[in-house]
Design a binder for this molecule. Sequence first.
Ligand SMILES: Nc1ncnc2c1ncn2[C@@H]1O[C@H](COP(=O)(O)OP(=O)(O)OP(=O)(O)O)[C@@H](O)[C@H]1O
Ligand SMILES: [Mg+2]
Length: 339
Amino acid sequence: MEELLTLQETVEDKSFTYQPTCFDEYLGQSEVKTKLQVYVQASTLRQEPLDHLLLFGPPGLGKTTLAKVMAKELNVNLKITSAPILERSGDLVAILTSIAPREILFIDEIHRLPKPVEEILYSAMENFCVDVIVGQGAGAKSIRLPLNPFTLIGATTKTALLSGPLQTRFGIVERLEFYEPEDLAEIVRQNADFFKIPILPEAALAIGKRARGTPRIVKRLLRRVRDFAQVYKHACIDIEVVNHAMKFLNIDEDGLTKLDRQVLTHIIKDFDGGPVGIETLAAMTGEDRDTLEDFCEPFLIRQGLIQKTSRGRQVPHKKILYLRRRLLGENPEIQDSMF
Ligand SMILES: Nc1ncnc2c1ncn2[C@@H]1O[C@H](COP(=O)(O)OP(=O)(O)OP(=O)(O)O)[C@@H](O)[C@H]1O
Ligand SMILES: [Mg+2]
């Protein structure tokens, strides 16, 4: 059973989209999954709580989903909360003291815990107890409250911001990797089955290739493609429907969005390949720096289309001709040979 302590779940987590509930339904991430399956089995055999687990990785890769799967597989209750709403130590103490043996507490965005709240976690994680102050002034005293042995699952997109003392208290630390297009195609098929809409394998793969290695994005793209299929009365999602929808969404066959293409175009056209500062790119595209850094850059860097240098962002030399051809429609070899 799962208990929601916050309202921070997004609309896609509701029952009208498919949600994996066991390891078999959680596709891809085979290395992490294999390890976690062993730990889950061992903890079940010993009837002990699973060691504390830190999951990190970019948004939408399945950290929250994995925590839910783990709880189901361990057959224990899951309490979900998020660091930004745990403002005072008392908020966390109230949750910790209500945890039953072997239950899982999931703290999302754990790098955002205020320091005093984080310090409560240290003894809770290590010794299953918390120290609280009761009374005020001269009469105030510290009392130690025992807790039921539990498992903390922390999720973060930014490990660099997680303090050392907190990080070392996790017995298991796993990083989720971006998904391969084939794994994303599987997720597309899984969701298409849930929607009861037939899809051809090459259409599923075409969607998978455009999803920036991210399940959340692949699910969103499928929902849009499904809209097109239904409105234009296609009984089955084929490559034609996918291409039609992608053209409409302005996503090219490499998965580049309009914003990605704008960023790349500015670097190659206005700055001769760079380097150019992120603030300048933000001003030129009219986007804020965070969007460029969190959404655009990780994908462009992974695709080898930009590099981060101390002087700004640049397009690697070997990609400049390719991008000039792709984005500016130039035929650089001919132009180069003319001068
Ligand atoms: N391995 C997977 N197999 C199938 N579906 C997945 C998988 N991973 C994630 N999903 C789906 O992708 C969506 C995003 O996953 P989730 O919310 O767990 O990501 P997250 O890492 O917690 O993101 P955030 O950092 O934004 O909190 C969910 O709808 C989930 O069902
Ligand atoms: Mg999440």
